[in-house]
Design a protein around this ligand. Structure first.
Ligand SMILES: Cc1cc2nc3c(=O)[nH]c(=O)nc-3n(C[C@H](O)[C@H](O)[C@H](O)COP(=O)(O)OP(=O)(O)OC[C@H]3O[C@@H](n4cnc5c(N)ncnc54)[C@H](O)[C@@H]3O)c2cc1C
Length: 498
């Protein structure tokens, strides 16, 4: 059996390692192996491993934060498999931080009602996970090809049978697993690496797969904005007691939510945005300097050094933060086995929509999702059970000319930032869609094989954001500020048949 895995983050490498036990595996990655969202993860990975915790409680916390759109089966699969996924990561060599007595150290993060977040190297969890996985990959029999962009999936008689890379080479396989990560780099202001352009969603959509809830983009509440990138200030700081203040120095989250700074991300990001509007400022202040400086340097070495390199010392006083595009809840629809609606095509990790996050992801659940559902997908491939049943609900279709493309990634990012960003309204979204239509008519001026994919994923986000005339989770419409019970449902998208 031959399996193609697209992506070298936690979902992709974990899947490749498992698949190599029974199949010929090729792993393709657009950049270097480490240019992933996985590598950047800071706070940690959530799982019910504490004596007082239990997967049902983890599931309850997850569902509460999901703004009504979590799929309970997916959530229970996520939290139920959580302890086993942690065991596997330990076996693969991830050295999670431990307390003096040798027990795993567990942190608290937003929406988790009990400490359950494992971390490594303080706040360098992603670096530790990525490097352990890359080391194991080097030891096993996987054909690894970096700097290769998958530009198209090959579909024959309705089945995915391979991929085209960089618009040229064809690779055939019995099964293809998309593990292409997030879409943050569709925005100018993002915590994601530049290659996180949501390619997997567009690839799957063009191959006929169902895409679900693309409008739900999570903006991380607290990032240090630089000229070309946003540096994440982990939620774990707020878990340890960091507070947010407005321009007058007041803690504004106390009035907004009973959990104050530890409210779900969408609530905090929205409150920060509103506070920035009110104060006519481009940031609010985050302060953790009341804690011991040595403790902060040891607990948050990555954030401490990263902020210092940008001219901010978290031990010395408040630092300026603002929201940035961070995580994509929407994605390629899969069932709990990681199967898409196209036979032979699977998806796992951030590019998938398993239903585990609903409209708002809980902190530290995404690394867990990547670990759990990549293992499940490989299990499904081994058993060859056929595709997922199409989800029930109204299916919207979208025509897409394959050559449709933004003139440059920068133009696309500016459009997404300005018109499809953290706050949205009908006029802005329509304006964005008009631009997409104009671009569709223009011949592509760039050779980057990701650009047409990025453009399509961006368009799906904008189309779905326009359709959803309410505010829910990560989707905030200024012209429809409340939740609308008639929108208590997923949005489903599929390519229109010509
Ligand atoms: C700054 C930051 C901090 C975070 N902190 C946390 C945290 O503490 N806890 C948590 O749970 N989550 C966190 N997240 C989210 C989490 O890191 C990601 O959701 C998760 O790592 C995604 O893993 P993945 O394997 O799905 O994708 P990724 O790790 O992003 O890997 C995607 C891979 O796909 C490849 N790829 C993409 N398109 C193509 C293509 N067309 N052809 C070939 N290859 C392609 C890329 O090159 C890359 O190798 C954080 C994210 C960021 C950005």
């Amino acid at each position: 059996m031959r399996i193609l895995v697209i992506g070298s983050g936690l979902a992709g490498i974990n899947a490749a390692l498992l698949a190599s036990e029974f199949a010929d595996v090729t792993l393709l990655s657009k950049g270097p192996l480490e240019q992933t969202n996985t590598q950047r993860a800071q706070g940690g990975i959530a799982a019910a491993v504490a004596a007082l915790d239990d997967p049902r409680r983890h599931a309850e916390d997850t569902i509460r934060a999901g703004a009504g759109l979590c799929d309970p089966d997916a959530v229970h699969a996520l939290t139920g498999d959580g302890p086993e996924a942690i065991e596997r990561l330990l076996q693969l060599g991830v050295e999670f931080d431990r307390k003096a007595d040798g027990a795993l150290a567990l942190a608290t993060e937003g929406a988790h009602t009990i400490p359950r977040v494992l971390h490594a190297g303080g706040d360098r969890t992603g670096v530790h996970i990525q490097s352990a996985l890359v080391a194991r990959l080097a030891e096993c029999d996987v054909d690894v090809r970096t700097h290769v962009t998958v530009s198209e999936l090959i579909v024959e008689a309705g089945r995915c049978v391979g991929v085209v890379t960089d618009g040229r080479e064809t690779l055939l396989a019995d099964a293809v697993l998309l593990a292409t990560g997030g879409a943050g780099a569709l925005y100018r202001t993002t915590t994601n690496p530049a290659n996180a352009t949501g390619d997997g969603i567009a690839l799957a959509f063009r191959a006929g797969a169902v895409v679900r809830d693309p409008e739900f983009v999570q903006f991380h509440p607290t990032a240090l904005l630089g000229a070309n990138s946003a540096f994440l200030i982990s939620e774990a700081l707020r878990g340890e007691g960091a507070v947010l203040r407005n321009a007058a120095g007041e803690r504004f989250m106390i009035q907004v939510h009973p959990d104050a700074e530890l409210a779900p991300r969408s609530v905090v990001a929205r409150a920060i945005t509103e506070t920035m509007h009110r104060d006519d400022a481009d940031h609010v202040m985050l302060d953790i300097s009341h804690l011991d400086a040595d403790f902060l340097r040891e607990r948050f070495p990555g954030v401490y050094r990263g902020a210092l390199n940008r001219g901010h010392d978290i031990t010395a006083g408040p630092i300026s933060v603002a929201p940035a595009a961070h995580y994509h809840m929407g994605g390629v629809y899969t069932d709990v086995a990681g199967r898409t609606t196209v036979p032979g095509l699977y998806a796992a990790g951030e590019c998938a929509s398993t239903g585990a996050h609903g409209a708002n992801r809980v902190a530290s659940n995404s690394l867990l999702e990547a670990a759990v559902f990549s293992s499940r997908a490989i299990d499904a491939i081994r058993r060859e059970p056929g595709p997922a049943r199409a989800p029930s609900g109204e299916m919207r279709t979208l025509h897409w000319r394959l050559e449709g493309c933004a003139p440059s990634l920068e133009r696309l990012q500016a459009t997404m930032n300005d018109l499809v960003g953290i706050t949205r309204n009908e006029a802005g979204l329509q304006n964005a869609l008009d631009r997409f239509s104009e671009w569709s008519a223009e011949p592509p001026t760039q050779v980057d094989p990701s650009l047409p994919l990025a453009t399509l994923t961006a368009r799906l986000i904008a189309e779905a954001a326009l359709q959803r005339t309410e505010s829910r989770g990560g989707h905030l419409r200024l012209d429809h500020p409340g939740e609308d019970p008639t929108w208590h449902r997923h949005s489903l998208w599929q390519l229109a048949r010509e």
